[in-house]
Design a binder for this molecule. Structure first.
Ligand code: HDD
Length: 712
């Protein structure tokens, strides 16, 4: 889907955007500036004068350029797009953007990491934020989602503790954008309800290949309400059309050095190239009367509704098709809030969600500095705003008339309240009664069954990655008691998992005997622990990335390694076929100088062997051409080329060796395993291009990871 010519939000933003093209430099008061190079001085070697209002204005503005970064989700990447409804949900909700078939709603999406600062690496092991602002005709609807369907804690009152534990430690501000440290795992070891989320966080979902290749989940159960007032619980899902794919941990660590903006760049380039990221939007719908039919509480945000129990129904498509014009104005100033809803959608009593409803406006006040943050262009609703709220910092709207109160007669009673039939929002009428208590429902007290469900649903390589992630993280923990306690928790999820981690940490597996564990006697953790329980659904296919979409190489980045004398026709043929499938080909050569081909033409490399690395590509081609190979194998280049090949091999990527490349092939770690590895394609194969395309579409040969690593 191409960017809409008449995207209403884009039109609205246009009124606020400006370009400096062919314009004269001015002050903020519109005065044209004659000299922007020298300050006003008393004599050319004299002191600057206080009178210099141009200098003062420029420096004052500069001094105030920064705003506080988000307390969580500080690092983000945003894009504009459109949401198209492909199936009407009128039976379940009256929200107009979900009922009018074919309706297109402009959106702004911001992806983020959670723990790191604004300038931290994209490849941190972390949850990814996936926040969507739908600019609907009924007002803004924000779905402030993550790429994991559950959360660490069940109650918002623990959120500051969770975040304090995961953020850099308070004494020395170490480590940045990492959960592998004492305070995080200390907190987790005492928080059994986190164990399901920990399974997700230690899985490869926490190190996505691309923001375009991850799922989005609303996490909480929300409510849909239709015209008749009938209520359904709803869980929101976004499923990427390119499949859910991740990088290897070891690769993530290298990317953090080679290209810490890897995800940001990938999203930006994909949109610039017209490879618009797309997701199927799906819902799980549960009639209100079925609320108690599950072996968990629908209000508990540490639980999923397995797709085997309630299928995800696909009802729309989310497409991102335009990069922001200005990062600060759009991606930084956008303000999301789970409380921004429209008629037809309502909250549940999930205690995590209830707390969020307070937090998001509050945080914008300190981050954006004024209750008028809704007037910032990216936050403006398409509906015009009419109310009696007035004044405050940076107020932009000029409301005419004398009355700014309600009821009034001076203003003719305006603005009027809207009736429900006119789109006025009415909260769902729900009977609530109960004693005022600071307690948790017993139905929330099952912390391991879905952690087991997740772990048991993983493929063998996924389980190994998860084990290794825990070993990595916990090996960074300096306190043996914390390591032991986490292992004690893992034992409730899977004994082999606990044993494997314990072995590498040098601790014993001691299943935590909760009532007798080494916690302070007055700790309330004890009473929060249930008997061990098996989940009703034992395995869920949707939880394993092994079962994801693997039929496309669209927008995959393929590096062609070449030098002078490269076989032009073979390069062109392969490149054309890969590009016809939607892949992006980039040439890598010993230097950035043009590469002369065997037929005398020239190719322009985008990278040199030293300016990039194999971790930046999905697959590699070692190009044909005797002279090219001869140049690649001279001592100066050989170790670089072999490093490329061996890294790609270790990271289970597809490799293509053109004719004449035998000397490189045999010097690499690849050769001896070729016969049993579908990811290695050589000049000896019958239909090499087809095999290569299929191998790239598989993303990685994770099943052969151990063998490949043993070769490396
Ligand atoms: Fe949150 C930002 C997602 C629980 C308090 N959150 C924030 C963002 C996302 C989420 C995607 C970034 C928005 C953006 O790009 O601007 N948060 C979640 C999810 C949660 C969750 C899926 C659990 C299901 N959050 C949560 C709780 C609290 C907060 C329980 C507080 C009680 N979150 C915030 C915040 C942030 C935020 C402090 C920081 C910046 C912002 O809101 O605008 O208010």
């Amino acid at each position: 889907m191409k960017p809409e010519e008449h995207n209403e939000k884009a039109d609205q933003l246009k009124q606020h955007s400006t370009s400096n093209e062919n314009k004269k430099l001015t002050t903020n008061q519109g005065l044209k500036i004659n000299n922007n190079q020298d300050s006003l001085k008393a004599g050319d070697r004299g002191p600057s004068l206080l009178e210099d209002f141009i200098l003062r204005e420029k420096i004052t503005h500069f001094d105030h350029e920064r705003i506080p970064e988000r307390v969580v989700h500080a690092r983000g990447s945003g894009a504009h797009g459109v949401f198209k409804l492909t199936r009407s949900l009128a039976k379940y909700t009256k929200a107009k953007f979900l009922t009018e078939l074919g309706k297109e709603t402009p959106v702004f999406v911001r992806f983020s990491t959670v723990a790191g600062s604004k300038g931290s690496t994209d490849l941190a092991r972390d949850v990814r934020g996936f926040a969507i602002k739908f600019y609907t005709e009924e007002g803004n609807y924000d779905l402030v989602a993550n790429n994991m369907p559950v959360f660490f804690i069940q109650d918002a009152i623990k959120f500051p503790d969770l975040i304090h534990a995961v953020k850099p430690e308070p004494d020395n501000e170490i480590p940045q954008a990492a959960s592998a440290h004492d305070t995080f795992w200390d907190f987790i070891s005492l928080m059994p309800e986190s164990m399901h989320m920990i399974m997700w966080l230690m899985s490869d979902r926490a190190i996505p290949r691309s923001l375009r290749m991850m799922e989005g989940f609303g996490v909480h159960s929300f409510k849909f309400i239709n015209e008749e007032g009938k209520v359904h619980f709803v869980k929101f899902h976004f499923k990427p059309k390119l499949g859910v794919h991740s990088v290897a941990w070891n690769e993530a660590q290298t990317i953090s050095g080679v290209d810490p903006d890897f995800h940001k760049r990938d999203l930006w380039e994909a949109i610039e190239n017209g490879d618009y990221p797309e997701w199927d939007f799906g819902v799980q719908l549960i009639p209100e009367e079925d609320e108690d039919r599950f072996d968990f509480d629908l209000l508990d945000p540490t639980k999923i509704v397995p797709e085997e129990e309630v299928p995800v129904e696909i009802v729309g498509t989310l497409t991102l098709n335009k990069n922001p014009d200005n990062f600060f104005a759009e991606t930084e100033q956008v303000a999301f809030h789970p409380g921004h809803i429209v008629p037809g959608i309502d909250f549940t009593n999930d205690p995590l969600l209830q707390g969020r409803l307070f937090s998001y406006t509050d945080t914008q006040l300190s981050r954006l500095g004024s209750p008028n943050f809704h007037e910032i262009p990216i936050n403006r609703s398409l509906n015009t705003v009419h109310n009696n709220q007035r004044d405050g910092h940076m107020r932009q709207q000029i409301v005419k008339g004398k009355s700014s109160y309600d009821p009034n007669s001076i203003g003719g009673g305006c603005p009027f309240q809207a009736m429900m039939s006119e789109g006025g929002f009415v909260s769902q009428e729900e009977r609530v009664s109960g004693a005022k208590i600071r307690e948790r429902s017993k139905s929330f007290v099952d912390h391991y069954s879905q952690a087991k469900l997740f772990y048991n649903s993983q493929s063998t390589p996924e389980k190994e990655h998860l084990q290794n992630a825990l070993i990595f993280e916990l090996s960074k923990v300096t306190l043996p008691s914390v390591r032991e306690r986490v292992v004690g928790q893992l034992a409730y999820v899977d004994m082999f998992l606990a044993w494997r981690v314990a072995e590498k940490l040098g601790v014993e597996v001691k299943k935590l005997d909760w009532p007798n564990q080494s916690l302070p006697a007055d700790s309330n953790i004890v009473e929060l622990q249930s008997e061990e329980r098996e989940p009703k659904t034992k395995v869920s296919e949707a939880l394993s990335m092994k079962n994801t979409v693997k039929n496309t190489i669209k927008s995959r980045k393929i590096g062609f390694i070449m030098a002078s004398g490269v076989h032009h026709k073979e390069v062109n043929d392969l490149k054309t076929k890969l590009e016809a499938e939607g892949a992006r080909v980039e040439f890598i050569a010993p230097s950035l100088a043009k590469v002369r081909t065997d037929d005398g033409s020239e190719l322009t490399p985008k990278h040199s062997l030293t300016s990039t690395a194999s971790v930046c590509f999905d697959a590699l081609v070692i190009c044909s051409g005797e002279d090219s190979v001869k140049e690649l194998i001279v001592p100066e280049n050989k170790h670089l080329v072999l490093h490329f090949i061996n890294e790609a091999y270790k990271h289970c990527k597809a490799l293509y060796f053109g004719s004449d490349t035998e000397p490189l092939y045999h010097n690499s770690n690849v050769a001896s395993k070729k016969h049993e590895d579908p990811g290695i394609i050589t000049w000896e194969d019958d239909t090499p291009t087809d095999l290569f395309i299929n191998a790239i579409a598989q993303h990685r040969v994770w099943d052969l990871e151990i063998e490949r690593n043993a070769q490396s």
